[in-house]
Design a protein around this ligand. Structure first.
Ligand SMILES: Cc1ncc(COP(=O)(O)O)c(C=O)c1O
Length: 402
């Protein structure tokens, strides 16, 4: 049985802030003691650079670093640890694919497809590239309930489409996008697809091979891991062909003043000293996640999401954006005639942490005709009691502004 009290006790931040109701998990999650201790332990007992030393701790750390690659591959259901490139996060992973994979293949007159609800990290890299190459950035439309228009998507696919990059779960609206359909339709025309899994990697029984996307990206800090470390999953056929975009130590085969040959993938993409503590921390994060029965976690999160939607929907003059049947733990809403920043400021006074604003999806907010939303995002240490406290506070904010 999933025991939220026990889970919450795994996270030391709540010992230091016992009254904190942390509902900003889509922004970043809190870290369990096991991950914090793992990183501390690394610095205290194992710290050494990788792939360089002949001494014990250097050899151990090199081994441990590579073993996290295997853990990440298993976690995603990837065929091989070679499919996993460590990056600094989702943002860097997308930029790497844009510059290393797409840039050499993109020509004037081609197009790249994203959706209307992309995080800026999955919009600007493609926009910059399209501008540089004279290509077109096409946007899958969404309706007012934050659902993507699949028939519109079908129509915009053409032989000039060179890449599709779409968010799985919207960070600002909570929509769960029909990523399987998007990939299938793209692959009928041999178009590669990147899935931005920053918000979905935790919520779904991931199996990259079943999903069959060409690239999948996520950040460790959204799944209880350290900041500054992320993963780029890529199919072998692409990673093999891609050229590195950053050059330096630890990514080469041979170097002379005349020429350089590169190491095989994924190492050729990991130049310089990597975020070793971050990667080691990601390994502890995956170990932590794998202690849970995934089905139980999913069941708990589904119950919590439904409970929150039901309670929030019952508040008068509260509008939930996105589809209220959505099965994610991100709920975006506004209170009529009260600015989202004011709501978040009042909630902060009550020790309730939410995010308010555009959530790095300004074009999506513009399409909805709003300055932003209040976003409550829930995870495994949140409880129905916390939802009740949020609801109570929202009602008193409404009374204050009435
Ligand atoms: C859907 C989505 N994509 C990309 C990002 C960027 O992630 P990071 O800042 O960890 O690189 C985020 C972060 O909020 C996100 O939610």
């Amino acid at each position: 049985m999933f025991d939220v009290t026990k889970v919450k006790a795994d996270f030391p931040i709540f010992k230091h802030h016992p009254d904190l109701i942390y509902l900003d998990n889509a922004s970043t999650t809190q870290k369990p003691g096991a991950v914090i201790d793992g990183v501390k332990n690394f610095y205290e007992k194992e710290n050494a650079n990788i792939h360089r030393g002949f001494y014990k701790i250097a050899i151990e750390t090199s081994k441990n670093y590579q073993s996290v690659r295997t853990k990440a591959a298993n976690y995603l259901g990837a065929a091989d640890s070679k499919n996993i490139v460590f990056t600094s996060g989702t943002t860097e992973s997308i930029n790497l694919v844009a510059q290393s994979f797409l840039e050499p293949r993109l020509e004037a007159g081609d197009n790249v497809i994203i959706s209307a609800m992309e995080h800026h990290a999955n919009l600007i890299p493609w926009q910059m590239l399209c501008q540089k190459k004279g290509a077109e950035l096409r946007v899958i439309p969404m309706d007012q309930t934050a659902q993507l228009d699949l028939s519109g998507y079908k129509k915009m696919l053409s032989e000039k489409t060179k890449m599709i990059s779409v968010v799985h779960i919207s960070n600002s609206l909570g929509s769960v996008n029909p990523i399987e359909d998007i990939i299938e339709l793209a692959h009928e025309k041999d178009i590669p697809v990147l899935v931005d899994g920053a918000q979905s990697v935790m919520n779904y029984e991931m199996n990259i091979r079943n999903l069959d996307c060409d690239f999948f990206v996520f950040s460790a800090h959204k799944i209880f891991g350290p900041t500054g470390v992320g993963v780029l999953y890529g199919k072998e056929k692409w990673l093999k062909k891609m050229q590195p975009i950053q050059f330096g130590g630890d990514m080469i085969k041979e170097v002379s003043f005349e020429k350089t040959t590169f190491a095989d993938f994924p190492q050729k993409f990991e130049s310089g000293t990597q975020n070793l503590a971050g990667v080691i921390g990601l390994g502890h994060t995956i170990d932590y996640l794998e202690k849970f029965e995934k089905k139980e976690v999913m069941k708990y999160l589904e119950m919590l999401g439904k409970y929150a939607i039901e309670k929030l929907s019952a508040i008068e003059n509260l509008k939930i954006f996105g589809n209220s049947n959505h099965n994610s733990n991100i709920i975006s809403f506004n209170l009529k005639n009260i600015h989202p920043h004011d709501v978040a400021t009042f909630l902060a006074e009550e020790n309730i942490a939410v995010r308010a604003g555009q959530h790095c999806t300004q074009p999506a907010m513009d399409l909805l005709g709003i300055p932003g939303t209040i976003r409550a995002s829930f995870t495994i240490y949140n409880s129905t009691d916390e939802v009740d406290k949020l609801v109570k506070s929202l009602k008193s904010i409404q009374k204050f502004f009435a």
